[in-house]
Design a protein around this ligand. Structure first.
Ligand SMILES: *Cc1c(COP(=O)(O)O)cnc(C)c1O
Length: 360
């Protein structure tokens, strides 16, 4: 199996079936729509390191206003945005606390430790994949020369496609505040959480000093994340971005797609969530396949086929032009802008055909 890197398979974009490829591996796979390409072509640009790119200014102002915060800064990726945030909150010998399974601990190459000399402090998670107030309370270290200095609580929402309710977010950040810690939200799928919870973006952002939002996932922009928050922290993050090599020049060509996405592609996330529910409900009917329940499902469905079915199921779907990640035992299916109702119908049919007559 040619697995070059995370989630990549030889299945990639191979349309062997009829109709367009339906690719469930990630919501990062969306391609810019013709409208987005028009916006890119028409974007006014300048040198952003000189502070002269009007399309980037517009994006940063739009993001800050939507989240009810003072300022924002554009990053090339969510990884760099999270890293610059942690480095703005924490210095050498300080630590950030978060859920053991969070992306920032497990999937960002330990950047904060390597490049920031900031110590990760992972906390155990509960059954819905988030940390508890007791867990945070116990993780904050006393002022003692033996210990790193606890400085930041870093949360994530959504977590594996599950939107974490506001009251739980607030309970966790309250513990942090009581101990004088700052708060950061890795909101790679911030707007999926907002739509999933039915709250305002400002409400979800309120308990946090900084929030990182990916534009290149469910929102459908080709590149970019924005870090939004307190003006003093964003100012530091802008300097850190330069240090990390993320000071870009005429990046307004893609910033403009971010503004477009914030204005046009937020409400429609509800369509992805409805399709995820429809898909989960249909697959749950099948014998021989487990579908993970979720309290606040957004755009993901996790399925677990029998161990021996995993590879044949993927091969069968691939023949119909339906691509799943080569994961086991659970496979993550992600709904996004490039999967429509017809694609979901085709997927349900293909699953049914696979399981029809199969004995379990
Ligand atoms: C995708 C993701 C990131 C990082 O974003 P990149 O743009 O891929 O660097 C950070 N956190 C979470 C939870 C993510 O899903």
């Amino acid at each position: 199996m040619a697995t070059g890197y995370y989630g990549a398979t030889e299945d990639t974009a191979v349309a062997t079936g009829t109709g367009p490829v339906v690719d469930y591996r990630s919501d990062t796979l969306t391609k810019p729509t013709p409208e987005m390409r028009r916006v890119m072509a028409e974007a006014e640009v300048g040198d952003d390191v000189y502070g002269e790119d009007p399309s980037i200014h517009a994006l940063e102002q739009t993001a800050a206003a939507m989240l009810g915060k003072e300022a924002a800064v554009l990053f090339p990726t969510g990884t760099q945005s999270n890293l610059a945030a942690v480095m703005s909150h924490c210095g050498r010998g300080e630590e950030y606390i978060g859920a053991r399974n969070s992306h920032i601990f497990s999937a960002e190459a330990s950047g904060a430790a390597v490049l920031g000399s900031v110590s990760p402090h992972p906390v155990e998670i509960n059954e819905i994949g988030t940390i508890t107030t007791e867990g945070v309370e116990a993780a904050v270290r006393p002022d003692d020369p033996h210990h790193a200095i606890s400085k930041l609580l870093c949360l994530e929402n959504t977590v594996s496609g599950n939107a974490i309710p506001l009251d739980h977010m607030r309970a966790l950040t309250d513990v942090a505040r009581r101990h004088g810690l700052n708060t950061h939200l890795d909101g790679a799928r911030f707007f999926n959480a907002v739509i999933g919870l039915g709250c305002g973006p400002d409400e979800l952002a309120a308990p946090f000093d900084t929030i990182s939002v990916c534009l290149s996932k469910g929102l459908g922009a080709p590149v970019g994340s924005v870090l939004v928050g307190r003006a003093d922290l964003i100012k530091t993050a802008r300097r850190t971005r330069k240090m990390l090599g993320g000071g870009m020049r005429q990046a307004g060509v893609f910033a403009a797609t971010g503004t477009y996405a914030l204005k046009n592609n937020v409400a429609r996330l509800a369509d992805d969530h409805a399709r995820a529910r429809r898909l989960a409900d249909a697959l749950r009917e099948l014998n021989g396949l487990e579908v993970a329940p979720m309290d606040h499902q957004t755009n993901m469905v996790f399925i677990t086929p029998h161990e021996t079915d995993n590879a044949p199921l993927r091969a069968h779907l691939r023949e119909q032009g339906i691509v799943l990640s080569a994961q086991a035992p659970a496979i993550r299916m992600v709904l996004h802008l490039d999967i429509d109702d017809e694609g979901v119908d085709r997927t349900i049919e293909a699953f049914r055909a696979f399981y029809r007559g199969r004995l379990h």
